[in-house]
Write a protein that binds this ligand. Structure first.
Ligand code: SIN
Length: 592
């Protein structure tokens, strides 16, 4: 029987595993417990054309508009046209979407979020949509033959002769190989790159970093979405856009609504516009958060429609039915990721990517609200189908759009890791286009003149200097928030690139713990994001450059990031991964 390893247990991983289990032996690996993923925290809901007076075309157009010229239209059409079937499948699995009346067959309640021209967002438990979906899928996957391995960390991909043939995992401090006929990355995003994020601690970009090291192409990595309204009184807890959809408004320190001056759609303007509007208002009032005024909704409505947010706000000591709550932008979603085709195939044979780790092309430069759960379900099912086809007819890979510049990111650290594990490197880069920029990889010699200490507001790309301190998660956070955050500058990005390369060059030992691996992954992805952001000399969607404030039509192409010498850094044969690690095909999860 053919074996498929799925890494990650959010909606994308679970849908893939459930679908693939019909035909294959499926091993599902997750670094925490099954229910712990970004999916679980999704509040707003899942967008889909589920009402007669809505249309696929309208959903397509809203998605393309939000994506600011960088979506792949074909992928968007797949998303919007196949989405309703996937939503019906979730309902069949037991997800109870909220209804507009008390009768069991009452119409679904309609939710509106920013930049949707129709209230097509279905929700469950008020603001607990992700939790409801995750619970139903976890229940369903446990009914299948899928072998579930929790607390198991993806260290790297196993690559032989340029194709992915399995995974190197770590559990209880032990590393071991699981061979597979196909590997699906569903590892989510990298919100933990930033100090203020709505993402859980597990969102450290492990799959994207492993893919990059293995030679897969990443695309659109410079596009990081900042959610406009995270509670500043409660650890960046998300206050759903749906609260604004229900009528809440943003006010500055003087109590004035300011978004009306920024965009005709005011609080329901595209997410990047609202986030930058808030950042500007905060800057004008010395970094103080703005407030979200939901008092007009009343205590009962707030508690029934938004029970989770209501509890978090009240736990932070605020009665939001009586007073506004302080909010600020926080990192929320990564539009970029491992480049895939319409069937989740990456640029490496037998490697597939679904969900936030993937760059399918549906989000472009700015994701439309509530499209990500839908993407996970649609492309998870497609990945399972594609694996079945590919196993019959042979592997196929995504060449992607490949129209934009290619950045080759050298990574001396990974080279050391692989030399340690598998002997000397032997091969060359994988870039398939002109190399626009070779990222400087030597340690920065600049002296620290930076603004140390925690940031108080959204990054504004000051590029205010460099720091000579060594790497730490806190230092990475501070650097990215300031120089690769909501608003960027060339100077800030260039300074950040030097510091990041210096930190990378200082990494001399292979990671041996999950935390060290996460740091390595975050640092590699930070370098990719900064390099791509530096390359993009325009403002588009979530990528805002104060030194290039306009959108440049010529740059309506995706930037690709690859690592040089990638094939050389992959594990040549399992038997070289330490004497005891060789796992014969057919044997499951043998430990070294
Ligand atoms: C929200 O509820 O505001 C977030 C929804 C999303 O990110 O899609």
């Amino acid at each position: 029987m053919t074996r498929v390893v799925v890494v990650g247990s959010g909606i994308a991983g679970l849908v893939t595993a459930i679908h693939a289990s019909d035909e294959h032996e499926v091993v599902l690996v997750t670094k925490d417990v099954l229910g712990q993923s970004n999916t679980r925290y999704a509040q707003g809901g899942i967008a889909g054309v589920m009402f007669d007076d809505d249309s696929v075309e309208s959903h397509v157009q809203d998605t393309l508009t939000a994506g600011a010229g960088l979506c792949d239209e074909e992928a968007v059409r797949v998303l919007c046209s196949e989405g309703p079937d996937r939503i019906r499948e979730l309902i069949a699995y037991g997800v109870g979407f909220d209804r507009a009346g008390s009768a069991p067959d009452a119409a679904f309640a309609k939710g509106l979020e920013a930049a949707h021209s129709y209230p097509r967002v279905l929700h469950s438990g008020g603001d607990a949509t992700g939790a409801a979906i995750e619970a139903a899928l976890v229940h369903r996957v446990r009914e299948t033959s899928v072998a579930i391995h929790e607390h198991t960390f993806l260290v790297d991909l196993l690559v032989e002769a340029g194709a992915v043939r399995g995974v190197l995992l770590r559990a209880d401090g032990e590393e071991f190989v699981v061979r597979a006929d196909a590997v699906v990355l569903a590892t989510g995003g990298a919100g933990q790159l930033y100090p203020h994020t709505t993402n859980p601690l597990v969102a450290t970009g492990d799959g994207a970093a492993a893919a990059l090291r293995a030679g897969a192409a990443l695309e659109d990595v410079e596009f990081v979405q900042f959610h406009p309204t995270a509670l500043t009184s409660a650890g960046s807890f998300l206050v759903s856009e749906a609260v604004r959809g229900e009528g809440a408004v943003l006010r500055d320190a003087s109590g004035e609504r300011f978004m009306q001056r920024v965009h005709p759609d005011a609080e329901l303007a595209p997410r990047d516009v609202v986030a930058r509007g808030i950042a500007a208002a905060m800057a004008a009032q010395g970094g103080l958060p703005v407030v979200l005024d939901a008092t007009m909704l009343g205590a009962e409505r707030l508690a029934t429609r938004f029970p989770g947010i209501d509890a978090a706000v009240r736990a932070s000591g605020i009665d939001w039915s009586l007073e506004p709550v302080p909010v600020a932008p926080a990192a929320h979603y990564w539009m970029g990721g491992v480049r895939t085709d319409l069937h989740a195939r990456t640029s490496l044979p037998w490697l597939y990517a679904v969900g936030e780790v993937a760059r399918t092309g549906v989000h472009g430069a700015n994701r439309l609200a509530s499209n990500s759960l839908l993407e996970g379900a649609v492309f998870g099912a497609r990945a399972a189908a594609a694996i079945g086809v590919d196993l019959q007819v042979g592997p196929s890979t995504s060449s992607g759009t490949g129209k934009g510049p290619v950045i080759e990111l050298q990574d001396p650290v990974i080279e050391l890791v692989e030399m340690h594990r598998s002997g000397p490197s032997t091969s060359s880069g994988t870039g398939n286009g002109p190399v626009i920029e070779l990222v400087e990889m030597h340690p920065s010699t600049s002296s620290g003149t930076g603004t140390d200490g925690p940031s108080t507001g959204p990054g504004t790309g000051g590029g205010s200097g460099t720091r000579a301190d060594g790497f730490s998660r806190a230092a990475l956070h501070e650097l990215l928030w300031r120089d690769a955050g909501l608003i960027r500058t060339g100077d800030g990005l260039a300074a950040a690139a030097g510091i990041l390369d210096g930190w990378a060059a200082e990494q001399t030992a292979p990671p041996t713990t999950d935390e060290e691996s996460e740091d390595q992954n975050l640092l590699l992805l930070a370098r990719a994001i900064v390099a791509a952001a530096l390359q993009r000399t325009e403002s588009r969607g979530a990528h805002a450059r104060s030194d290039f404030p306009l959108t440049d039509p010529i740059q309506a192409v995706s930037t690709t990031v690859v690592t040089t010498g990638a094939a050389a850094r992959t594990i040549a044969t399992p038997s070289l991964v330490g004497a005891a690690v060789h796992v014969p095909s057919g044997e499951m999860l043998a430990s070294c």
